[in-house]
Design a protein around this ligand. Structure first.
Ligand code: PMP
Length: 430
């Protein structure tokens, strides 16, 4: 008999374009904490969290309560038409939370890409300069400017050009693949001599931990050096914390591990526990630069999302909540570091806090990427009830994005399943 998943899949194939790629042909009916259930009644442990959105877990009762209460009052009026308190309170919270002891202001939007777009608009308005520098291996969204900034051609940029002009890329450090931070810094300085005069650069945008690029952490030393360079040339530094923010790495922001203070910071994903909310927070003088009416969005800072965000932040800020990220990192390292010796395809175990990834290679010396390995691994993980997703320029990394309060025995059990699958896939494909 045809399962409900299969029946829905057929409808999906008929009515939804084929290129909206699915990691799993599993239709969800319910989600709670770290778990979700499909239409056929199967239970899964969710290591994807809708791509890093569920730091406080699915269906947190306090978030649901806050959204329900707001739902009864009003769902939308548009902050540009008639403002409402939740927007202002959220802005106040973000202003206190964002790094930097100077006056700050916050703009709310809906998607991550929109936050990036607006950070660039604000940086251009403030500096009166056109150019933006991003890193290779980066991901900043799928809008025209987001694509232009993104440092990964396949999938994201393939077939969709021409792209927005005045975007330049410097090599991201990638120690596992032989690009040291010193080389990456030299590359950035060289770019200022060969590609674009730094006096024309409005902003350098970077993810403190490259997300879609495969969870490559940028070290404090590298980030501090970039900060010094941007300051020397009057360039703004934008930290894209859309995936790494809101406690994912064990601090509220990943950039905090370095002590570097960006001028602007973009956030989205876990801010509102699954409701669409994003934004830009930064120095007041920079945020105030665009002309009145020049920046906005119909749904930006939607009341339901703002209500969810205010509550999600209270949960994240509860004593001990963020520390849980460290326990997750320790567990991931404990399970997978020893596996490197046993399974040569497991090339690298890396990340910070609850933002951990495994990179797979055909050969530990040549480090030739092995995307097929990860594709098969992701499939087998789901077969055994663990939802995982890929990452990396070569789609050869597996990433874990569990909710921070996942019970450690549940985490351990699922990681062991992934470990067994790694052995099995290696036996099958090697
Ligand atoms: N920047 C980063 C660092 C991201 O991880 C993402 C989403 N994966 C985006 C921007 C784009 O966000 P959205 O899909 O909400 O537009």
């Amino acid at each position: 008999m045809e399962s409900r998943n299969q029946a829905l899949w057929q409808a999906r194939e008929r009515f939804v374009p084929r290129w909206v790629a699915q990691a799993h042909p599993i239709f969800v009916v319910r989600a709670q904490g770290a778990r979700l259930w499909d239409v056929d009644g199967r239970e899964y442990l969710d290591f994807a969290g809708g791509i890093g959105v569920m730091n406080v877990g699915h269906g947190h009762p306090r978030v649901l309560q806050a959204v329900r209460a707001q739902l009864e009052r009003f769902t939308h009026v548009c902050f540009q038409v008639t403002p409402y308190e939740a927007y202002v309170r959220m802005a106040e919270r973000l202003t206190l939370l964002a790094p930097g002891g100077f006056p700050k202001k916050t703009l709310f939007l809906t998607t991550g890409a929109e936050a990036v777009e607006n950070a660039v608009k604000i940086a251009r308005a403030y500096t009166n300069r056109p150019a933006v520098v991003a890193l290779t291996h980066s991901f900043h969204g799928r809008t025209l400017l987001g694509m232009a900034l993104t440092g990964k051609a396949s999938y994201y940029k393939q077939n969709f050009g021409p792209f927005a002009p005045e975007v330049y890329h410097a090599s991201a450090p990638y120690p596992y693949r032989g690009v040291s931070e010193a080389q990456a810094l030299e590359g950035l300085e060289e770019l200022f001599h060969t590609q674009v005069d730094p006096e024309r650069v409005a902003a350098v945008i970077l993810e403190p931990i490259l997300g879609e690029g495969g969870f490559i952490p940028l070290s404090p030393g590298y980030l501090q050096a970039v900060r010094r360079l941007t300051e020397a040339y009057g360039i703004l530094l934008v930290a894209d914390e859309i995936q790494s923010g809101f406690g994912r790495t064990g601090r509220m922001w990943a950039v905090e591990h370095s002590g570097v203070v960006p001028d602007l910071l973009t956030f989205a994903k876990s801010v509102a526990a699954g409701l669409p909310l994003s934004g830009v927070v930064g120095r007041s003088e920079v945020m105030d630069a665009p002309h009145v009416g020049g920046v906005g969005s119909t749904y930006g800072g939607n009341p339901l999302a703002a209500a969810a965000a205010l509550e999600a932040l209270r949960i994240l800020e509860a004593p001990g909540f963020l520390e849980r990220a460290r326990a997750i990192e320790a567990k991931v390292r404990e399970v997978f570091e020893p596996l490197k010796a046993e399974v040569p395809a497991l090339g690298d175990v890396r990340g910070v806090g609850a933002m951990m990834a495994l990179e797979f290679v055909k050969d530990p010396v040549s480090k030739e990427p092995w995307p097929e390995f990860v594709l098969e691994l992701v499939r087998r993980n789901a077969e055994r009830g663990v939802i995982t997703i890929r990452a990396g320029l070569y789609s050869n990394a597996l990433r874990f994005l569990p909710p921070l309060d996942i019970p450690l025995d549940m985490l351990e059990e699922a990681l062991q399943v992934v470990g067994e699958n790694i052995r099995e896939v290696y036996a099958a494909l090697a």
